[in-house]
Design a protein around this ligand. Structure first.
Ligand code: ADP
Ligand code: CIR
Length: 345
């Protein structure tokens, strides 16, 4: 392996921290699942417009390639090597039920967590057979859910293109052919082993074997964040009885992308803020102050439509799930106040 060349304009955290010295120290190392630093950086090498650019192949990658991952984790989450992670899934500890009770600004709310199975490699290093075993274990656990969480598992293999496209456009299903995931080695043997579980109302969904082995999702129209968080935490607790998730005291839940470590939680709203959007500087001042990320309405690396943005917590590690949702609630409350003030000027 040679040291990669990055374009001058590259701003990813990979470009920033993968120095020739780090490369020299890591180039010969391998994890127990045979993952190398060349694989860890491939997404950011092939996609120099990445924000981050690295993926882990297994839990051990975070130790073996710590010279690369630690500074990225520190910068993204503000979390250092001597800190530990704590979980809190108690919805009663949220300060606000709904930051937009009149339903004027929040179109919909979605909270997801990523999970991976203990003792399995992560998606960038898994082989076809283990991926299929993981799918079987996960769909088996899902089939035992009852009440509001009861649903059905739909494998991607055999799903018609029309059904797949409708699910993507309605924000329920992951996209196909994402170039960042492709270069990370996450799309191997596509579409085998992938699928989506959902209840009848599509308020509870689980993605299987996309970027993480599970993405557990609770979503609905409007801004009743407490109801959505309660549904999610109840599902997590039930699934934990049957599946052993990869977790450690330092990094929390283990995920393939370092931005998802810890809570692995992204709590987002689709919010209508056309006046703020016309003043991006002001918009970003507020989102930065509350540790929020702005995405377009078809997810990461997509664009806004009609002044509607996807606003979510940015930090996920070293804070609890309640704190992560609270970041989003506080920031969204501030965004709504700013949009209202602009309406009156
Ligand atoms: P992830 O949340 O898993 O990191 P993406 O950013 O790709 O991944 O988003 C996945 C899907 O979820 C996209 O279709 C996106 O539009 C949808 N989505 C995210 N937040 C919301 C929301 N608050 N309401 C409706 N759909 C949402
Ligand atoms: C990138 O580096 O842009 C992609 N690999 C996605 C990184 C995860 N996104 C994020 O900001 N949470």
């Amino acid at each position: 392996m040679h040291y990669p060349t990055f374009p001058k304009a590259c701003t990813s955290l990979l470009c920033k921290y993968f120095t020739p010295e780090v490369f020299e120290a890591l180039k010969e190392k391998r994890t127990g699942f045979d993952f190398t630093v060349a694989q860890a950086i491939n997404s950011g090498v092939e996609n120099p417009d990445s924000g981050i650019g690295v993926y882990a192949g297994d839990e051990e990658s975070y130790e073996v390639f710590d010279l690369l991952f630690d500074p990225i984790i520190q910068e993204y989450h503000g979390f250092s090597k001597n800190q530990s992670h704590q979980s809190n899934l108690n919805p009663d500890e949220l300060s606000t039920v709904n930051p937009d009770p009149e339903g004027e600004y929040i179109v919909s709310t979605r909270i997801r967590v990523g999970r991976n199975l203990k003792d399995f490699p992560l998606g960038p290093a898994i082989d076809k057979q283990s991926r299929l075993i993981a799918e079987k274990m996960i769909s088996g656990a899902l089939s035992s859910l009852e009440g509001e969480l009861k649903g059905e598992y739909y494998p991607l293999l055999g799903m018609s293109k029309e059904v797949q496209q409708d699910l993507i456009e309605d924000h329920f299903l992951f996209k196909e052919g994402d170039r960042f995931l492709e270069a990370a080695g996450l799309n191997g043997n596509w579409p085998e082993g992938r699928g989506i579980y959902h209840n009848n109302d599509k308020t509870f969904l689980v993605w299987v074997n996309e970027e993480d082995q599970l993405r557990i999702i609770s979503m609905q129209e409007g801004g009743d964040i407490k109801e959505i968080f309660t549904r999610l935490t109840s599902a997590i607790k039930q699934l934990e009885k049957q599946l052993n998730f990869s977790y450690n005291k330092h990094l929390g839940y283990i995920t393939s992308c370092p931005t998802n470590l810890g809570t692995a939680m992204r709590a987002s709203v689709h919010i209508k803020v056309p006046r703020l959007a016309a003043n991006m500087e002001k918009f970003k001042t507020i989102t930065d102050r509350y540790h929020l990320q702005i995405r377009g309405i078809h997810g990461e690396h997509s664009k806004s439509e009609g002044g509607v943005y996807d606003i979510s917590n940015r930090r996920r590690l070293g804070i609890t799930e309640v704190d992560a949702v609270q970041d989003m609630i506080d920031g969204v409350t501030a965004l709504i106040a700013a949009e209202k003030a602009l309406e009156n000027t």
